[in-house]
Design a binder for this molecule. Structure first.
Ligand code: PEP
Ligand code: MN
Length: 264
């Protein structure tokens, strides 16, 4: 079902408010790593609305490497995200990690995110495949293209055809970036599949100083959209403090990406 062989035309995902993912328009998905408070979330929502962003991300269920790190606000976080997004006319995307949370999340998210660590959580993929809600599937930490597309197939095989893929870097020996951004994944996925392909420049690089060229490269390679983390005061963030952009940095980033002519 994911294959270009079975469907020639690009899949275009229609979101509320006439936001589309795939096709002729690029999409910018931005927001904090974690939903931390109402105040923090509303501040981000206001900044994104001002910048012309339509889709806000924010993690409520955080799959942290250490059990002692901030685990997210859970369903309260989803509620905070929804309220802030509604106030500023934005759409929401948040990671769900438990199949049992898929149904309850439907009132709060416009897009269900499945994280890199859960790309092969097959029960989660099946549960996401059974609802009528777009899903953004992240590439696993060390997933091959074949494994990534099979994971998407799990979702689609259960009936949900609204699937988007996102390259978020893979683990290599390189230490100067958090992960290695696999730009070749973009044209390969676009060629092999009809699904929209995004690139998460934040988690793939883990550093703020190379986001503009990486986003341009992603778009030049054919990506349908970009994901980036934005926080009112990154230094105090409860997760991923080193890699989130503040509002000024985000505005410069988005302006430069648009000015490149690659953002449609
Ligand atoms: C995220 O986007 O919040 C996240 C945890 O990313 P990943 O699953 O790609 O590590
Ligand atoms: Mn993060």
């Amino acid at each position: 079902l994911v294959s270009r062989k079975t469907r020639k035309e690009d899949t275009v995902i229609l979101l509320p408010g006439d936001v589309v993912v795939g096709g002729s328009a690029s999409v910018m998905v931005a927001g904090p790593c974690s939903i931390e408070s109402e105040q923090q979330t509303r501040a981000v929502a206001a900044a994104l609305q001002k910048a012309g962003v339509r889709v806000m991300r924010g993690g409520a269920f955080k799959p942290r490497t250490s059990p002692y790190d901030f685990q997210g606000l859970g369903m309260d976080g989803l509620r905070i995200l929804r309220e802030a997004a509604d106030e500023y006319g934005l759409l929401t995307i948040s990671e769900i990690v438990d199949p049992a949370h898929i149904e309850p999340s439907l009132d709060y998210v416009d897009i269900i995110q499945i994280g890199a660590r859960n790309m092969q959580n097959f029960e989660l993929l099946k549960a996401a495949g059974e609802v009528n809600k777009p899903v953004l599937l992240k590439r696993g930490l060390a997933a091959t293209m074949e494994e990534f597309l099979h994971a998407a197939e799990y979702i689609m095989s259960r009936g949900n055809t609204q699937v988007m893929l996102i390259e978020r870097g893979i683990r290599t020996y390189e230490k100067w970036t958090r992960n290695t951004l696999d730009i070749s994944a973009v044209p390969i996925l676009k060629q092999e599949s009809h699904l929209p392909v995004l690139v998460d420049v934040t988690h793939s690089t883990g550093r703020k100083d190379i986001l503009i060229p990486c986003a341009k490269a992603a778009l030049a390679a054919g990506a349908d959209g970009i994901m980036v983390e934005v926080h009112p005061d990154p230094a105090t963030a409860l997760s991923d403090a080193a890699q989130q952009l503040n509002f000024d940095e985000f505005n410069t980033f988005f302006d430069e990406v648009k000015a490149s002519g690659l953002y449609r």
